[in-house]
Design a protein around this ligand. Structure first.
Ligand SMILES: [Zn+2]
Ligand SMILES: [Zn+2]
Length: 338
């Protein structure tokens, strides 16, 4: 190679590197078929985690009306699966205390009744409705109740703050992703890791308070969810999968604190830039929250999470639904053993 060509090649390599870097920064540019803005739902138009079962404070249509009035166009309706395992005495006492409007039978009758209400709601023409469950992450270790899970369009796993014990971290998430990949062999539906990041912050702040430490002394390093190498491993595991990480509204509680914000950006931005796919949600349970405008752009923008990251699951849900509806479709093949 001549000495004149070498600097030219070096220049080309720098140019290629810069372009790659630019593409990584612009998460929206990464996925084919997502460049047309009218083909994407905006962040505030999606809520992939709306509690609409036993804890519902008003009737289901009224509850969905509130979400639609605030701009929602796609909703995953769900309930905590473990609530259906209460005894009747426990349920009545809990229901009286919570002053819930909803009442469902317990056990499998309750699963059916809830999903039948959700099916009626999905007849609405002003919003796309999907059906899911919120399942405790611990059930991935102790054993899952498969029958209700098979009814769902998508499943969310509650990553617990583990208040009073060690908070969730990168190892928690890596373990759960491996378990979900395994579970998807039997249950081929999109799966979401619910609210991992704010749960760690909640734990650390509560622990500090309970020990008489000022939470304002918690450092970015302590808040950081991931240790060296864990983001890279997570990106590798999630690549091309149907496993999503949730940015729920709890993030908003911590985002204006500059220390939390710095940690959240350091944890989430590299994932978004590498093409990890996300969901946005309100995780609403109560009327007060449902009446507050949903503004996920506030914390999604700085963490690199764009509509493009959050539309993949919607496209997937629509495709699965369309496949099931095809005349002559083998529903068992399309949806597992549902
Ligand atoms: Zn949860
Ligand atoms: Zn929830």
């Amino acid at each position: 190679m001549s000495t004149q060509i070498r600097p030219f090649i070096a220049f080309l390599l720098i140019l290629a590197g810069a372009q790659e870097c630019h593409a990584q920064k612009d998460g929206a540019a990464q996925l084919p078929g997502q460049a047309l803005a009218p083909g994407l739902f905006q962040l505030r138009e999606m809520d992939l985690h709306l509690h609409s079962g036993m804890e519902r404070p008003v009737d289901l249509q009224g509850w969905i009306d509130l979400a639609v009035a605030d701009g929602r166009k796609v909703i995953l309706l769900l309930d905590h699966l473990e609530l259906y395992r209460k005894s009747s005495e426990q349920y009545e006492a809990w229901r009286d205390k919570g002053k819930f409007q909803a009442r469902y039978p317990l056990g499998s009758e309750g699963h059916k009744a809830l999903y039948s209400d959700f099916a009626s709601a999905s007849q609405r023409k002003d919003v796309l409705i999907f059906r899911g469950w919120e399942v405790s992450e611990d059930e991935l270790d102790s054993g899952l109740e498969m029958a209700p899970l098979r009814m769902a369009d998508a499943l969310g796993f509650h990553i617990s703050p583990r208040n009073g014990s060690a908070p969730p971290n990168g190892q928690t998430l890596l373990k759960r992703v491996r378990q979900l990949k395994e579970l998807q062999q039997q249950l081929p539906v999109p799966m979401i890791l619910f609210h991992p990041f704010p749960m760690r912050i909640e734990n650390l702040q509560r622990t500090a308070k309970s020990k008489g430490r000022d939470p304002r002394t918690i450092t970015v390093k302590e808040y950081r969810f991931f240790r060296t190498g864990e983001q890279k491993e997570l990106i590798r595991l999630l690549k091309g999968s149907s496993i999503y990480i949730e940015m729920n509204r709890d993030t908003e509680k911590y985002f204006d604190d500059p220390v939390c914000r710095k940690a959240l950006i350091a944890d989430i931005l590299p994932l978004a830039q590498a093409g990890v796919q996300f969901t946005v949600s309100t995780d609403n349970h109560h009327l007060a929250a449902a009446k507050k405008p949903f503004a996920p752009d506030h914390y999604c923008g700085p963490t690199g999470v764009t509509p493009s990251h959050c539309n993949t699951i919607v496209r997937e849900l629509l495709a699965l639904r369309a496949k099931r509806a095809l005349v002559g479709a083998d529903s068992k093949q399309a949806t597992g053993e549902r």
